[in-house]
Design a protein around this ligand. Structure first.
Ligand SMILES: Nc1nc2c(ncn2[C@@H]2O[C@H](COP(=O)(O)OP(=O)(O)OP(=O)(O)O)[C@@H](O)[C@H]2O)c(=O)[nH]1
Ligand SMILES: [Mg+2]
Length: 259
């Protein structure tokens, strides 16, 4: 893989009702990247002023590399990532790097560190909140526990040893992304997990790095307890589909590679 400084990078920010946090997320991108990478905000049909805030920021700062796509209807977290992946592939990017618009992820040096790790021919490098003291960052107890239990089950199913599956701080290598059948994955929250299943199944290289997470008055609102339960059920279904297709008991529409 190329040196990270010569890669064509797309920093992608999924945003749903992020008018309070989106500018901070853009400004937390290190200067060199903010000036040279494409910064892609996908507004997932927000009903607040997310798109207006981004447009205003772009005009005020003459930031021509800031691209805004607005989904007129809400496509969901997975659906929003598909929009960004298509854009990054179509525009010849080497890396598409997702940082959430609700300001729960770090900016600054962690982005540089992640990109440096991509040089090692990784399909995916992702920030693990579990390695980065999530309690200190204010992550609610039920989310920490839920994530740990699900991760344990996922590792057993996939025969992997990841510290978490559910972080959204992720850099994908587009040359691998093109080969993955992400279009048939869910449009909902557990898209990130399904991507990891798909990548682990193909045996592509994945690396994790510790990241802090922020749950505070300045960050957005996350998924509710009820959504968390639906999320967990979705993951069980995906894991079963993966296992059954691996044993040849089911033909999976999801977990396959194109070439
Ligand atoms: N809630 C929600 N977020 C979306 C949607 N589409 C895109 N997003 C964005 O996707 C990112 C992740 O959404 P969150 O609801 O915060 O999910 P999360 O961070 O995985 O979970 P929490 O730990 O509960 O915050 C945020 O930047 C959202 O703005 C959607 O349909 N619903
Ligand atoms: Mg969040």
């Amino acid at each position: 893989m190329k040196d990270s400084t010569s890669m064509k990078i797309c920093i992608f920010i999924p945003a749903y009702n992020c008018e309070r946090t989106i500018v901070k997320v853009i400004e937390d991108i290190p200067d060199l990247l903010r000036e040279n990478a494409t910064v892609l905000v996908v507004d997932d049909g927000s009903f607040d002023k997310t798109s207006d805030v981004v447009k205003l920021y772009k005009t005020k700062n003459g930031m021509n590399n800031l691209v805004l796509i607005r989904n007129e209807n809400n496509l969901g977290y997975g659906g929003t990532q598909k929009v960004a992946f298509r854009h990054a592939i179509k525009n010849g990017h080497d890396i598409v790097f997702m940082v959430h618009g609700d300001k729960q992820h770090p900016g600054g040096e962690k982005l540089i560190e992640t990109l440096k790790m991509m040089e090692d021919n990784c399909a995916l490098v992702y920030g693990s909140r579990m390695l980065g003291d999530p309690k200190k960052g204010g992550m609610p107890f039920y989310k920490r526990m839920g994530s740990k239990i699900l991760t344990f089950i996922e590792n057993v199913f996939l025969e992997t040893n990841f510290s978490e599956f559910h972080s959204g701080f992720r850099a994908y290598n587009c040359s691998y992304l093109k080969r993955l059948n992400f279009e048939n994955l869910t449009n909902r929250y557990f898209f990130d997990t399904e991507m990891l299943i798909l990548i682990a199944k193909e045996g592509f290289r994945v690396k994790e790095l510790p990241i802090p997470t922020y749950y505070g008055p300045d960050s957005g609102y996350g998924i509710s307890f009820v959504e968390g339960v639906k999320y967990s059920l979705g993951i069980f279904k995906s894991l079963m589909e993966y296992k059954l297709s691996k044993k040849g008991l089911m033909k999976s529409r999801k977990f396959f590679c194109f070439f």
